[in-house]
Ligand binder design. Structure first.
Ligand code: ATP
Length: 306
């Protein structure tokens, strides 16, 4: 069976004012992937997501969900999707509990499950509050609880962790991480690259309506030629003579002010530390310097600008 859940084929979107938000986008997402859609403000992420959910019509090209045109997705498929967008899909003048009961009914979920869901998100005590009386963070939490109410197979979340306090943010990240290894397919857009890195198995980066990078963290690191480093922090200056010796005898990546960087993989750091000590260099500590998604993002944007 075809395991593509999402397929963009030469998708283009030009808004009536002439803005080209998507320029010939083509990619597929397989069942079980958790994709982070990232990129600068105005890159086209929300436009891509809304087209995928059938909320926007493309100017040309196609976007499919489970092989069906997403703009005319049959109801049986619609019911298998869950999404969190800007407007959150909550009724401001209804209570927390009534909102959830409403959505449970829409998705034909047993309304007796609502209590458990609200408890899980610590919202049961707020059940009698009107949504309009909730803080932004609590609204966001309720909207996320709503997205998962019918256990959808395909989930789209636009900025799920914005406005959340650290505890709730961790709760959301854990929920999303819990989907890894299941048959759920998820797309998350976010500017919070730390969350994306923790949750996603694949990153698609768009800029000015075009895909400029696509792959797992490991693949992106390889493509960009960046690697993890070990950082040796020293307390004394490294003389120019010693620097020369170091570059000659060790795979030194860089020597910065009181920091010596060597590649993290397969390198015997102990040998180098011993060498430094023998040459009267005080070694304070050794740390590993991880490459983050933020480092990758900045490098890709810079390269794309050139
Ligand atoms: N309804 C609209 N009419 C005209 N132009 C629009 C409309 N919606 C978005 N745009 C433009 O399309 C481009 C892509 O916008 P989009 O909202 O998809 O970007 P984004 O990557 O989601 O940005 P952000 O990270 O700021 O949310 C931007 O130039 C934006 O100004």
């Amino acid at each position: 069976m075809n395991s593509h859940v999402v397929e963009f084929q030469n998708a283009c979107k030009i808004y009536p004012n002439g803005t080209e938000a998507l320029k010939n986008i083509t990619f597929k997402i397989e069942r079980g992937e958790i994709v982070g859609l990232i990129g600068p403000n105005g890159a086209g992420k929300t436009t891509a997501v809304k087209s995928l959910l059938g909320l926007l019509k493309l100017s040309s090209g196609r976007v499919k969900l489970w092989g069906q045109d997403s703009y005319s997705l049959p109801m049986e498929f619609k019911k298998k999707t869950g999404f969190l967008l800007d407007d959150r899909g909550l009724y401001e003048n209804m209570t927390v509990e009534k909102n959830m009961i409403f959505w449970a009914k829409v998705y034909a979920v047993d309304t007796r499950k609502v209590k458990g869901i609200l408890e899980r998100w610590d919202l049961w005590i707020k059940r009698k509050d009107l949504v309009k009386e909730l803080s932004r963070g609590l609204k966001q939490k309720l909207a996320i609880a709503k997205v998962a109410i019918h256990d959808p197979l395909f989930i789209v979340m636009d900025e799920p962790t914005s406005n959340l306090d650290p505890v709730v943010r961790r709760q959301v990240v854990d929920l999303l991480k819990g989907f890894a290894g299941t048959d759920k397919t998820i797309i998350i857009t976010s500017h919070d690259l730390y969350d994306i890195e923790r949750v996603c198995t694949r990153i698609i980066m768009i800029r000015k309506g075009k895909i400029i990078a696509d792959g797992s963290m490991e693949e992106l690191k390889k493509q960009l030629g960046v690697r993890e480093c070990v950082k040796i922090i020293v307390s004394t200056n490294v003389s120019d003579v010693l620097k020369k010796k170091l570059f000659k005898n060790y795979p030194i990546e860089k020597i910065r002010d009181k920091e010596i960087l060597v590649p993290g993989d397969h390198f015997d750091t102990k040998k180098l530390v011993k060498f430094l000590v023998e040459n009267d260099v005080g070694v304070e500590r050794v740390e590993s310097e991880k490459v983050t998604l933020e480092d990758i993002y900045i490098k890709i944007v810079k390269e794309d600008e050139e």
